[in-house]
Design a protein around this ligand. Structure first.
Ligand SMILES: NC(=O)c1ccc[n+]([C@@H]2O[C@H](COP(=O)([O-])OP(=O)(O)OC[C@H]3O[C@@H](n4cnc5c(N)ncnc54)[C@H](O)[C@@H]3O)[C@@H](O)[C@H]2O)c1
Length: 306
């Protein structure tokens, strides 16, 4: 039985991945400092699961977490441009120094590293893994440096995932689709900036499934970088708003102010990962229907007639 360490396993992607791996029979250890004060895992009563509250920037915590581990999934990070800009020192310490510590201590342990599509910055072409990399935000820059650190030691898979959405045991309502839908349900109005920007998405279940796929096919697909998503989920921001309006009957207003710090406005090719045999399952509409149910369950006022 493989023993998997998930750093940042108490996050949006990590909590989904933990459940999936346990379901598949893996032994799962999570190292997470619970930076968002999240309460997770209270319902997991499985002898194959271990949670360590610890910090990837502390060598002792990482050494302790790495004991008896066959493979690392590195998700711990200060995630997203707004959060990194709010605390640049912490972003650098976590997304760069933390990666250095893990990479040095992992020796030969294989690692799957969640980078981000934000490493590309502004692009005027179809985005493939060969496209020039030019991260603009501190988030994109720190994640790109993280990639370089991991690559130096080999024995890795690097994913550059699309923007995730959907329901997870540790929710993130700041992610574009999750945020727009919640706003539409609450206010019946969506104010969209850069409506013609091309964005690309992945459901959180598919993100987690891709990591399981990478674990199970590590030798076959290792030492490469893959964009992670699906061309069917390349869409204009205003088209996302239209889908949301279809389900919520909200009004859409296009605003001239506001801009994406990562300047994401391009189509992404996911051919490279698909050619290896991986494909996503969830569509944007599937994810939106699931989210609506989740938000309603959480807040009955959203459906009250008051
Ligand atoms: N969610 C997305 O849209 C998306 C897209 C592309 C890439 N990614 C990457 O996927 C990974 C997971 O993203 P997420 O959406 O689950 O983010 P998240 O913020 O929900 O999860 C990150 C986790 O890391 C933990 N953490 C932060 N600093 C730590 C530290 N010093 N030591 C230990 N744990 C620490 C947090 O407590 C949190 O549980 C990140 O590396 C992110 O860059 C996410």
């Amino acid at each position: 039985m493989k023993k998997i360490l998930i750093t940042g396993g108490a996050g949006f992607v990590g909590t989904k991945l933990v459940l999936l791996l346990l379901e598949k029979g893996y032994y799962v250890k999570v190292l997470d400092n619970l930076i968002h004060n999240q309460i997770v895992f209270s319902e997991i009563k499985d002898a194959r699961f271990e949670f360590i509250k610890g910090d990837i920037t502390k060598e002792e915590d990482v050494k302790n977490a790495l004991k008896d581990i066959d493979l690392i999934v590195h998700l711990a990070a200060i995630v997203g441009a707004p959060l990194c800009d709010k605390n640049p020192e912490l972003a650098i310490k976590t997304n760069i120094n933390g990666v250095e510590i893990i990479n040095r201590l992992r020796v030969n342990i294989p690692i799957i590293f969640a980078s981000t599509g934000s490493v590309y910055g502004k692009l005027n072409e179809l985005c493939t893994e060969e496209s020039p990399v030019n991260p603009l935000s501190l988030y994109g820059k720190t994640k790109y440096i993280g990639e370089q650190i991991i690559k130096k030691s080999g024995n890795y898979i690097i994913f550059r995932p699309a923007t995730a959405f959907g329901v997870s045991p540790k929710m993130r309502t700041d992610l574009l689709i999750n945020d727009l839908l919640l706003t539409a349900l609450k206010t019946k109005k969506l104010i969209i900036f850069e409506g013609n920007a091309k964005r690309t998405f992945i459901h959180v279940s598919d993100f987690a499934m891709a990591i399981v796929y990478a674990i199970e096919n590590f030798e076959k697909i290792k030492n490469k970088i893959y964009n992670l998503g699906n061309e069917k989920m390349n869409c204009l921001k205003k088209d996302i708003a239209k889908i949301i309006a279809k389900y919520t009957e909200c009004e859409i207003e296009i605003s001239r102010s506001g801009e994406d710090p990562d300047k994401r406005d391009y189509e992404v090719s996911y051919e490279k990962i698909r050619e290896t045999g991986f494909n996503t399952c969830m569509s944007i509409e599937d994810g939106i229907r699931e989210l609506i149910e989740y938000y309603y369950t959480l807040n009955k006022d959203l459906i009250s007639n008051k």
